[in-house]
Write a protein that binds this ligand. Sequence first.
Ligand code: NAD
Length: 357
Amino acid sequence: MPKVLLLPGDGIGPEIMSQAERVLDVVNEKFDLQIETEHGLLGGSAIDAHGVPMPEETLLKAKQVDAVLLGAVGGPKWDNLDREIRPEKGLLGIRSGLELFANLRPALTYSQLASASSLRAELVSGLDILIVRELTGGIYFGQPRGIHTNDAGDREGFNTYRYDESEIKRIGRVAFESARKRNGRLCSVDKANVLEATVLWREVMNELAADYPDVELTHMYVDNAAMQLVKEPKQFDVIVTGNMFGDILSDIAAMLTGSIGMLPSASLNHSGVGMYEPCHGSAPDIAGQGVANPLAMILSLSMMLRYSLKQEAAAQAIDDAVSAVLDQGLRTGDIMTDGMTAVGTQEMGDAVVAALQ
Ligand code: NAD
């Protein structure tokens, strides 16, 4: 029986997680998924209970399940703690503990919300991009790194941008497989005109393409990709790129959609086990008020069903239910526009549950 670990986390995390749990209960029964759930602590809630952001018990549980569903961690209460025991450390700990090297971030604009984007509605309406970002290598992790004083007595900061072939291959395969399940187009983003590490990146992507004749591979330099994302975002289907470029491009793509409260994400390891979470944080400014948008959390659940548990029908049913509640004009504060009906976290959850039933 598939097992899932639920980590509500901090701030609005528990509020939005309880809506996702209600949705999971409905699809569990409707599609006879027989998914078992258990709960764990991560982040500030774990610090309060155990003094550390990622208790061993949490990592142990995470290693025994098919997928982890996370709310969000962090908040002002823990901001002044030593860096080593801050909530964010729990997040990094679980990512590296599970070896989650592939970060999948869809940027999808519901036509109902196109007017919330900073771009003209016709440029983003119907936008559906998937950014596949390498998450555990590249310049964020490369050695050597540091700040030292050089022979001329000048202080010098340095990092190392490196990728080996096997790292590029494994993220490449995730991207090709994802493109195959979507519209069959993959754009690999690099800076091969300047950086040798990405010359290799491009070579390996070209070699992999031979195994995926049904996927059309193109290449783009990262500066152009940033421009194209805001100029004509609908030209993309799947984008694959390294850690740093992916960090930046996925935030640009997120903003095109108009609301951070609508965006799920997935991080996968080589055996398909994944952690699924909204792109937003714990929103301490609205925590406990019952006004947070639970849809990114609910869509993270849908991604979990699709990518780790291979339950496409249940995932699609959730996606359709979310689209249906937007059609009904229901909006939490973050996506509210004139003429729509304002609802809170619980009512939004009620509406998704009703649409599913
Ligand atoms: P945030 O995403 O939590 O909030 C940014 C703004 O968006 C806030 O005004 C918030 O109210 C709003 N918002 C976010 N999610 C929303 C939702 N579902 N519905 C309605 N409005 C929503 O980012 P922040 O304020 O920079 O960070 C707050 C805390 O979250 C910090 O402690 C930060 O470290 C942490 N954080 C955690 C994660 C994570 O757990 N993956 C990611 C980012 C930030």
